[in-house]
Write a protein that binds this ligand. Structure first.
Ligand code: SAM
Ligand code: SF4
Length: 321
């Protein structure tokens, strides 16, 4: 079992399989980065899988494939099948913008994928164009419909931003509720790569909007999920991710691996160690030692709510959010 210096059990690995993306979301990657990681520095799926086996053998039981946009990486279904075949009981999920999901959902489900999280920040085509820099909404909604059709469990992530999509909080919640999809509102996290003028809505503002239409109870946190949950009178649950809150990191159970093999203990900070060389040299003991070292250095909390500098220099498209 992997336990960090603050007694938190780390059993969740998030893998960003590519930093590249077909969207240019204003809060994540508004401009094409100055340079991408060179293709030759990316770990192959076989190499990533070698590390996954190490992590699973040490106690990881939940894996999320993310990016950048994971569906841009060819052969993703085969990678998912490798993980599934190694341990079918693993909670195997993916976060995607869904643009390419319509043509891939069935293959991914057949390979062993259980759940997906999809970013839906608006239901208006022109706002989607404004947020993602491209006319994406039709493909995204068709992708979600296909995922539901093939039996993937779907969660929606929305980042509410003042003057951009803050008028659509209820519409997006209703879209999800009608399809029995759960929704999580993610507070915008300041980072050096996002558009400077973005102003995200914080949890109290969101709750004020929602309380004008619904009655709900505060359920608090559920296990190691980062969401603060609320239940409506009809039983529908929604979550809010509040990274600026002091107790947000208390139950953190996750580490992150980038496409070039950097193992990152916290989304906010730049610190990381690379497992690439150990994996390329078949040095399983070396990779295991690096994993344990990274767990040991996992910080107690992020600094989004901190006094100085609430902005992270980490790129979400590199770490996978
Ligand atoms: N491309 C996929 C997608 O958009 O779902 C996966 C990668 S994306 C980096 C993962 C998640 O990070 C998305 O739900 C996105 O909304 C969220 N995200 C990115 N930048 C963010 C920011 N500055 N604040 C809050 N959430 C952010
Ligand atoms: Fe791409 Fe996802 Fe970042 Fe949007 S949030 S730019 S879809 S990685």
């Amino acid at each position: 079992m992997l336990i960090d210096s603050y007694n938190r059990v780390v059993d969740y690995l998030r893998i960003s399989v590519t930093e590249r993306c077909n969207f240019r979301c204003n809060y994540c990657m508004p401009e094409k980065p100055f340079s991408w990681v060179p293709k030759e520095n990316l770990l192959s799926f076989e190499e990533l899988f070698e590390f996954i086996k190490v992590a699973v053998d040490e106690g990881v039981n939940k894996i999320r494939i993310t990016g950048g946009e994971p569906l841009l990486r060819e052969g993703l279904d085969k990678f998912i099948k490798m993980i599934y075949d190694y341990k079918p009981s693993i909670d195997l999920a993916m976060t995607t913008n869904a643009f390419l999901l319509k043509g891939t959902a069935q293959k991914l489900k057949n390979a062993g994928l259980k759940r997906i999280n999809v970013s839906i920040d608006t239901l208006k085509p022109e706002v989607a164009l404004d947020i993602a820099g491209k006319d994406v909404l039709k493909n995204v909604l068709e992708g979600v419909a296909e995922a539901l059709k093939v039996g993937l469990k779907v969660k929606v992530n929305m980042v509410p931003m003042r003057g951009v999509n803050s008028e659509e909080i209820i519409d997006i919640l209703e879209y999800c509720k009608q399809r029995d999809i759960s929704i999580r509102f993610i507070e915008y996290m300041e980072n050096a790569h996002a558009k400077v003028e973005i102003k995200g809505l914080k949890s109290p503002e969101l709750l004020e909007v929602l309380s004008k239409k619904y009655n709900f109870s505060d359920d608090g946190f559920d296990g190691s999920s980062p969401s603060h949950y609320y239940t409506m009178e009809d039983g529908y649950k929604f979550g809010i991710i509040e990274p600026y809150e002091d107790d947000f990191c208390k139950q953190c159970n996750r580490i992150r691996l980038t496409a070039e093999g950097k193992l990152i203990p916290c989304l906010y900070f730049d610190e990381a160690l690379s497992i690439a060389e150990s994996i390329k040299n078949d040095d399983i003991k070396g990779a295991t030692d690096i994993l344990k070292e990274v767990i040991k250095t996992k910080p107690e909390k992020n600094r989004w709510g901190g006094e100085d500098g609430e902005s992270s220099s980490r790129a979400f498209y590199e770490t996978g959010g």
